[in-house]
Design a binder for this molecule. Structure first.
Ligand code: OSB
Ligand code: MG
Length: 369
């Protein structure tokens, strides 16, 4: 393919309720949306999962726009023939910036698959039409608010609950939810809020039959996770620490993680995600698809990825209504705790351009030289 132009848009959507984690509270989802138009007449869409501030990862929306404009796109424009599978190699000289690279690769892949009439799911290696939904529940002001929120999700049919935790909001919320719903698959996510000194505290989660503890320690403390994993009975699952196939391989070798949360943005794209999935399948390591409060554009591709055979645990792949009053695509509607994998070519969802126009904060079109 030859690229004609790339549109970079910042959009902002209000969340249905505040989302509080150990790193901050979000009321809105600001994100960068990409549209790649090719000379062949194909259009590809993606969203960059970075947040507006560098609190979850070093990347943030404005920096993503900068690196894409300043370095990544000029490099891609030098390509005679743009092929999605070659993008990560082309961009390799530029270090880091996985979320920005993932966004570019995904939009190009969407354009390519639409040209070839292939869906994301069949291209990535989907093994089913429906995927199980979990839901990530933020920290609330009171235990009563938490119980109310979890009750809603359970009645809607979510098949797994993930509670966000931090020091001071851990044992009590977990014990309360476990006592009220003794059989619901339950897990927790600390987003790096603990240290190596908290081993005894984290051991106190063991009686509650959790599927896993996600990213309790700093993203760079992989050895700390390996040490912790020896002490606690609950499996450790890394999120922030896994930024590539190599980091996944090393964390597994160190026994720092026994389950992996795959987020395509965090690891540089869907193609790298499939490689991590395959490594985990070979090593009998369960994987699940994480989320970054995506709109329907990112969700469509995530749902396709989550339908690969190694994704044996429900992901943070919730319905559109969990996040937004109105989505920018046809909404993802959960039926019996599951979402349907789109079957149309590319990401396979209809994009609501009128609504996107209404929520656009900035828009820039970069034309290929
Ligand atoms: O750590 O998994 C995380 C959202 C934003 C940033 C990091 C995380 C999350 C979530 C929500 O837990 C996942 C989702 O429902 O999209
Ligand atoms: Mg996480």
């Amino acid at each position: 393919m030859r690229i004609k132009e790339v549109e970079l848009r910042t959009i902002e959507l209000p969340l249905v309720r505040p989302f509080r984690t150990s790193f901050g509270t979000q009321l809105n989802r600001e994100l960068l949306l990409l549209k790649v138009t090719t000379r062949e007449g194909s259009e590809g869409w993606s969203e960059c999962v970075a947040m507006s501030e560098p609190l979850y990862s070093p990347e943030y929306t404005a920096a993503c726009q900068d690196v894409i404009e300043r370095f990544l796109l000029p490099k891609i424009f030098l390509q005679e023939d743009v092929i999605a599978e070659e993008i990560s190699t082309v961009l390799k000289p530029f270090l880091g910036h996985q979320m920005s690279k993932a966004a570019l690769e995904t939009a190009i892949l969407d354009a390519e698959l639409k040209l070839n009439g292939i869906s994301f799911g069949s291209y990535l290696g989907s093994s089913r039409d429906l995927i199980d939904c979990g839901v990530s529940v933020g920290i609330t002001s009171t235990i009563e608010d938490l119980v109310n929120e979890v009750s809603i999700y359970i009645s809607e049919g979510y098949r797994r609950i993930k509670l966000k935790i931090e020091p001071g909001w851990d044992i009590l919320p977990v014990r309360t939810i476990r006592e009220l719903w003794p059989d619901i698959p339950l897990q927790v996510d600390a987003n790096q809020a603990y240290t190596r000194h908290d081993t005894d505290l984290l051991k106190q989660l063991d009686p509650y039959d959790l599927l896993l503890i996600e990213q309790p320690l700093n993203e760079h403390d992989v050895l700390g996770h390996a040490m912790l994993a020896k002490e606690v009975a609950t499996p450790i699952c890394l999120d922030e620490s896994i930024t590539s196939l190599e980091s996944a391989r090393d964390a597994l070798a160190l026994k720092a993680t026994s389950i992996i949360n795959i987020k395509p943005g965090r690891v540089g794209g869907y193609l790298e995600s499939v490689k991590i999935h395959d490594l985990c399948v070979e090593n009998n390591i369960p994987v699940w698809c994480g989320g970054m409060l995506e709109t329907g554009v990112g969700r469509a591709a995530n749902v396709a990825l989550a339908s690969l055979p190694g994704f044996t645990l429900p992901g943070d792949t919730s319905a559109s209504s969990r996040y937004f009053h109105r989505d920018i695509t046809d909404p993802f509607v959960m039926v019996d705790g599951q979402l349907r994998v789109p079957m149309q070519p590319g990401i396979g969802v209809h994009i609501d351009l009128n609504f996107i126009e209404q929520i656009t904060k900035t828009r820039k079109v970069i034309t290929a030289p």
